[in-house]
Design a protein around this ligand. Structure first.
Ligand SMILES: Cc1cc2nc3c(=O)[nH]c(=O)nc-3n(C[C@H](O)[C@H](O)[C@H](O)COP(=O)(O)OP(=O)(O)OC[C@H]3O[C@@H](n4cnc5c(N)ncnc54)[C@H](O)[C@@H]3O)c2cc1C
Length: 371
């Protein structure tokens, strides 16, 4: 049996980034999972500056083609009442960009290339038997992780009853690097400016809807889907045409109460799953990677990698920001799911308030920039 310092179980974006970050520390890593070279994922991720810094450090960010990453300079969030909106601008917040929209497949590919060149990382098959001092669970929201760890994690899992439809669309008008979001009760629709397949005219669409409605929209012919989309968004976006297949994800939210134990930790979606309405799931996972690798780099020379006290330092660092993000996304989801008139009035007034109060806006932006 081969022996390693750390086994990274799950080779999604979080697992691959963790393997690279630990290998850079000289830690011997077994990465369990097949290479994902031809990734057919229509998603694009809104990544914040902390995630970008980490991906740059592990050698993946600068390898991405220019049209696989599009900076967002402004964001407009609209409510369901005419005129209710909040506008965020990078210029007002004194930052270069609010987020960078990144092609999911291109990012997987860049990480695979960095792994192929990395010392200290060995790829192992799903059924390989290996021995490691620390097992890091990066299997995403797959139930197998939690089943294997039994009750130790106390994972709370809530089905939102919604599905997220993702696709690429091309507009008749330039996107001008503006991200747009509609909270339309009960659905939430986001158009993230992107440069693939067409430069300056493409968007990554994420549309979260009740499951039955999502099924209906997926079954529609392209032209009928485009008509439904046109009805859901404002006309200033331009005429939108589908430029990819449509894919859907069931939306479950939740998190583990305990993220670590002797010789194991949870990282990324294996520890917490948030609704994509704030575009923060992967950002949280990459922040976990940064925290865990910093804790491992800073450990006392005599402390073993699987030491529970060491791993609790990681959990302590990540618990508060993750809890805050979960509360915010769950709260927004509940607020915008309610259809009663007083709640609608309250949330539309709330949006106006957020738009007018600069410190509140700055605080919200800061949370999103560094989750
Ligand atoms: C529609 C949509 C849009 C999103 N948009 C954004 C966004 O804009 N910004 C953002 O930050 N986040 C976004 N997210 C969230 C983001 O996709 C996830 O948070 C992120 O992909 C989680 O990465 P992960 O590596 O932890 O898990 P996963 O991507 O689920 O990867 C887990 C890996 O582990 C493997 N695996 C599973 N079980 C095992 C096993 N037993 N052994 C070995 N391997 C196993 C899987 O095959 C997979 O390769 C979005 C999510 C959705 C659904």
């Amino acid at each position: 049996m081969q022996s390693f310092d750390v086994e990274v179980r799950g080779a999604g974006i979080v697992g691959k980034t963790l393997a690279l970050a630990l290998a850079a520390l000289g830690v011997d890593v077994a990465l369990r999972g097949k290479p994902t070279l031809a990734v057919d994922d229509v998603r694009a991720y809104a990544l914040n500056r902390s995630s970008i810094a980490l991906l740059r450090r592990v050698g993946a960010w600068d390898a991405l083609a220019a049209d696989a990453k599009t900076a967002v300079h402004d964001m407009v969030v609209r409510g369901d009442a005419t005129g209710a909106r909040v506008e965020f601008s990078a210029w007002q917040q004194c930052v270069a960009e609010l987020a960078v929209i990144t092609d999911a497949g291109a990012l997987e590919h860049a990480l695979e290339s960095a792994l192929a060149a990395a010392a200290h990382v060995t790829r192992v098959d799903l059924d390989a038997v290996v021995d490691a001092t620390l097992v890091t669970h990066c299997e995403g929201r797959a139930a197998a992780t939690l089943a294997a760890l039994g009750e130790a994690t106390l994972f709370e899992r809530n089905d939102t009853g919604q599905h997220a439809i993702a696709a690429r669309v091309v507009s008749s008008l330039p996107h001008r690097r503006v991200a747009r979001q509609w909270f339309r009760s009960p659905d939430v629709l986001a158009l993230l400016p992107f440069d693939r397949p067409e430069r300056e005219r493409s968007y990554a669409l994420v549309w979260s809807l009740p499951r039955e409605r999502a099924d209906e929209l997926l079954a529609l012919a392209a032209a009928d889907f485009e008509r439904e989309l046109a009805d859901a968004v404002a006309s200033d976006v331009g005429a939108l045409s589908l430029a990819s297949q449509r894919a859907a994800w069931p939306l479950v939210v939740g998190g583990a109460e305990s993220w670590s134990g002797p010789g194991w930790v949870l990282v990324g979606d294996a520890a917490h799953v948030v609704h994509p309405l704030a575009g923060q799931g992967l950002n949280l996972g990459l922040a976990d990677v940064a925290a865990l690798s910093a804790v491992i780099a800073g450990r006392e020379p005599w402390r073993a990698l699987g030491d529970e006290r060491l791993l609790r330092r990681y959990q302590r660092q990540r618990a508060a920001p993750t809890w805050a993000m979960r509360q915010m996304t769950d709260g927004l989801l509940r607020l915008f799911a309610a259809s009663s008139a007083p709640v609608r009035e309250l949330r539309n007034n709330g949006m106006g308030l957020v738009d007018r109060v600069s410190p509140l806006k700055r605080w919200l932006t800061a949370r999103a920039l560094d989750s």
